[in-house]
Design a protein around this ligand. Structure first.
Ligand code: 0L1
Ligand code: MG
Length: 237
């Protein structure tokens, strides 16, 4: 069932985020903790794949983090993976006028990551509004353990490739992510400012897919090779 099709065809973006907030509240009431906001739909590849033209904000919970470099396939309906650059801040920052240089000054470290998205909508067929309500298809993530200084990696030229069972299925660059993954933090700050919130230090924030999302199957071996950041090898069990 699509919310916009069967329940509320004229729902507005702010209303969709209010529904998302209620969903988050219910998960928290169920004992799960938010670990970080995540940005989705941050590349032209994703806009084309999904038929939209701006980013969305969702949240990762503690029970979404996959351990031991593996993905537990049976937790998902129809998972896809996205290679992402992660950012952890060392100070609280935010507001509508935040600049890239202010974000850089406040980065604690950079890390490599893979997001595992899983839509509640059949065939990932949704509108921008539907996907906000679905917490931006957030369901899983694998976070690299190596920490990089912001000055040690050029996030715009950083490259990534995905191999599944030894065959290359996608490749991309940091530039695909709003021109610069750090710009994503600027956009996140603007979004949070609308509800008088700031971005918190210590949160592993995923900045969005560097390639289109790739479908995975039980038994797959996934290699996500970055040009400078930590490579990730993942078994789908
Ligand atoms: O993180 C993402 O870019 C996912 C956003 C939601 C759209 C999708 O399910 O692909
Ligand atoms: Mg993503």
């Amino acid at each position: 069932m699509k919310v916009t099709k069967e329940l509320a065809p004229s729902l507005k973006v702010e209303e969709a985020y209010a529904i998302q907030a209620e969903l988050l509240r219910l998960r928290e009431a169920d004992g799960h903790a938010i670990i970080a906001p995540k940005m989705g739909l941050t590349s032209k590849a994703k806009w084309t794949q999904m038929g939209v033209d701006s980013p969305v904000v969702g949240y990762l919970f503690d029970d979404m983090i996959e351990r031991d470099q593996s993905i537990e396939f049976d937790r998902y309906i129809h998972p896809k993976i996205e290679p992402e650059i992660g950012i952890v801040l060392k100070n609280e920052i935010g507001g509508p006028d935040l600049t890239i240089s202010e974000v850089k000054d406040n980065i604690d470290y950079i890390f490599s990551a893979v997001e595992v998205i899983d839509s509640r909508y059949q065939n990932f067929d949704f509108t921008f509004i539907d996907v906000i309500i679905d917490n931006t298809s957030a369901k899983g993530a694998i976070l690299g353990t190596k920490q990089y200084d912001v000055g040690s990696v050029d996030l715009i030229t950083e490259q990534v490739e995905i191999l599944i069972n030894g065959e290359q299925v996608a490749e991309g660059k940091g530039e695909a992510v709003l021109g610069n993954p750090i710009q994503v933090i600027v956009e996140l700050a603007k979004h949070l400012d609308q509800s008088n919130q700031m971005i918190q230090p210590g949160q592993p924030i995923l900045t969005g897919g560097m390639t289109a999302a790739v479908m995975i199957e039980k038994g797959d071996t996934i290699q996500v090779n970055y040009s400078n950041l930590e490579d990730l090898t993942i078994e789908v069990k």
